[in-house]
Ligand binder design. Structure first.
Ligand code: DUC
Ligand code: ZN
Ligand code: ZN
Length: 470
């Protein structure tokens, strides 16, 4: 049944204005002043903001790692995302020996329980002529992005020559390459040295993954992108110097874009030295306050285009169960590396936290405008990943993925409010101002305050078009 959201202030990537929104079926059908509502249900949004549903371009649900698995699957992670105002997520497909099609089908099966809309990126963790020949066929599967790694030698990394060839193929076929930038060779010298010297605590995770490696690797990949004319997207930027490199590349005409994640704006290497430092272990690691400042500048100056999460949660103590949807759940987690930091599963929860945290400390603290917030968390990801204007927009014809946002709502955030299937939250006890009130996925109300109305299987796979350079 059609319904009208009345009296709210619409926030897009470029404008803020008062209007009513008529939703018919799964789409927005009209956006106008004073839509009459004779037979329609009315939702009063006076005093509230209306945002396009968040798009998280970087998640890892149900990802096997170090003998365990990330503790949110494609249902629990989607549910958490929705509670934070995110209605589309993009997950990374593990490349199996059988090739792209097989790997994507496997990930599709895992994602059959989806509760919000989703799409995939393909990890390119091997490179040979046969696989290279298959790359153009990814578009037929609705996947227009490939992720490459300059670290994790012998596991996920492909060499620079193969990255260069991939960029060339991407330029020819309208695909976008995403790059995880660290220096794998240096890391592989430092880790065994640290272990041999008896350095086994979490802080050594950061000390063996130097910031300079991320900076030079970002420039290396940007340089190859410039040579080939391909666009490239640097994932999880964590060092201020990466912002400088992306800025340099863009100033010189290279089509380089980038993402950072909330954890890189708030936490430092010092968090790894806490007694529960394992909670902060992710790759790349947290850096310093100077880096936070440059990353915030990059966001506000348009050098960085998106805010993702790299959501990849593990239990802090997977020997103790939590109650999730009425059932006891325990999944081995960070305790696997109690005596060796290299065995701590890498990753953090964050898919629900992203919008409320960035609203409070980005918009609330005056670092970002509300329009930049929407651009970074929804519209730019939709454009960059070929989903605009179906997603990321408040326009007639767009999917009615809508968040009614209460800018005055105060919450004491943490694990009690979070729906991530894990036993901790990085923002425990933080005071937030601004929170989602209602969340709609293609016109259906899936979150109403603290009530979950969404369903497993309701999320749709999104076949994507070519990337836009933003
Ligand atoms: N980094 C993490 O910390 N976890 C999953 C994948 C990644 O790149
Ligand atoms: Zn990565
Ligand atoms: Zn990742």
């Amino acid at each position: 049944m059609p319904f009208v959201i009345k009296g709210g202030t619409l926030i897009t990537d470029t404008q803020s204005f008062n209007a009513d929104i008529l939703i018919e079926g799964e789409r927005i059908s009209r956006i106008e002043q004073n839509i009459t509502s004779d037979n329609q249900q009315v939702i009063d949004a006076s005093g509230k903001l209306i945002l396009p549903g968040g798009i998280d371009p970087h998640t890892h649900f149900d990802l096997p790692m170090f003998g365990t698995v990330s503790s949110d699957d494609h249902y629990t992670g989607h549910k958490a995302a929705a509670f934070g105002g995110t209605t589309t997520v993009m997950d990374f497909v593990v490349l199996e020996p059988q090739g792209f099609k097989y790997s994507v089908e496997l990930w599709m099966k895992k994602a059959a329980k989806a509760a919000i809309d989703y799409s995939f990126h393909m990890n390119l963790t091997r490179f040979d002529d046969r696989l290279a020949a298959e790359i153009p066929s990814l578009k037929d599967l609705g996947i227009t992005t490939l992720k490459v790694f300059t670290a994790y030698n012998g596991r996920l990394r492909i060499d620079d020559g193969s990255i260069f060839k991939t960029l060339r193929l991407a330029a020819e076929n309208g695909l976008l390459v995403m790059a995880h930038c660290e220096n794998g060779d240096v890391i592989d010298v430092l880790i065994p040295e640290a272990l041999a010297a008896g350095h086994v605590t979490p802080e050594w995770h950061a000390r063996t993954r130097p910031a300079w490696g991320a900076v030079e690797s970002t420039l290396r990949v940007a340089g190859m992108a410039a040579e080939t004319g391909a666009p490239v997207y640097i994932v999880h930027m964590n060092v201020g110097g990466e912002v400088d490199m992306v800025q340099y590349a863009r100033q010189h005409g290279a089509r380089v874009m980038g993402e950072t994640c909330p954890q890189y704006l708030f936490f430092t290497e010092a968090d790894l030295r806490k007694p529960d430092g394992a909670k902060w272990i992710c790759s790349p690691p947290m850096r310093s306050k100077v880096d936070h400042q440059r990353l915030w500048e990059g966001l506000s100056q348009g050098v960085i285009q998106t805010l993702g999460t790299d959501h990849c949660p593990f239990f802090y103590d997977g020997t103790r169960s939590i109650v999730y949807e009425g059932k006891q759940v325990a999944i081995p987690g960070k305790e696997l590396g109690l005596t060796d930091f290299t065995k701590i599963p890498n990753g953090l929860p964050g898919v629900q936290d992203r919008l409320p945290i960035i609203w409070t400390f980005g918009v609330g603290d005056g670092k970002l405008t509300a329009n930049q917030f929407v651009a970074l968390t929804s519209t730019n990801p939709a454009r960059i990943f070929g989903m605009y204007p179906r997603k990321g927009a408040l326009l007639p014809g767009s999917d009615a993925d809508i968040v009614i946002w209460d800018p005055d709502k105060r919450v004491n955030y943490g694990v009690a409010l979070s729906h991530h299937r894990t036993d901790y939250n990085l923002y425990e006890g933080w005071e937030l101002v601004g929170y989602p009130e209602k969340v709609f996925l293609r016109g259906s109300l899936i979150v109403d305050g603290d009530r979950w109305l969404g369903k497993s299987g309701q999320g749709q796979f999104l076949k994507r078009s070519e990337s836009e350079f933003v």
